[in-house]
Design a protein around this ligand. Structure first.
Ligand code: SF4
Length: 113
């Protein structure tokens, strides 16, 4: 997947639904992909996701459900925590999927009726 640099407006409109104002996961539920990887939401479960520079960090074999005892072990692991942290700290580096799916009105990604 091609990673294009988002515009300032897109970054401003970016509001990750998996993270609430207090930093908790409130809007979206954790998902498990058909291939056995735990994801912050089902929107990241796309055939192209393992090729996405950002999302592919969640498809590391060390994070596969077969290689962990609990879901908590996976979501507390550094690659997972880093992905979540950087949605807030480095929104400009976010996956195009996240930028597409989690924008407020005003973004070019929001379909006009
Ligand atoms: S698309 Fe990305 S930012 Fe939006 S809820 Fe899913 S993981 Fe979070």
């Amino acid at each position: 997947m091609e990673n294009q640099t988002p515009t300032d407006q897109e970054i401003q409109n970016f509001q990750p639904k998996c993270i609430g104002p207090e930093g908790r996961n409130v809007g979206r539920s954790i998902a498990v992909s058909a291939t056995g990887f735990v994801l912050p939401c089902c929107w990241l479960d796309r055939p192209s996701s393992p090729m996405d520079e950002k999302v592919k960090t969640l498809f590391d074999e060390s994070l596969h459900i077969d290689n962990n005892d609990t879901i908590d072990d996976i979501i507390s692991a550094e690659p997972w925590q880093k992905f979540m942290r950087e949605l807030i700290e480095k929104p400009e580096d976010s996956s195009p999927i996240c930028l597409e799916m989690c924008t407020r009105d005003g973004s070019r990604y929001v379909k006009k009726l």
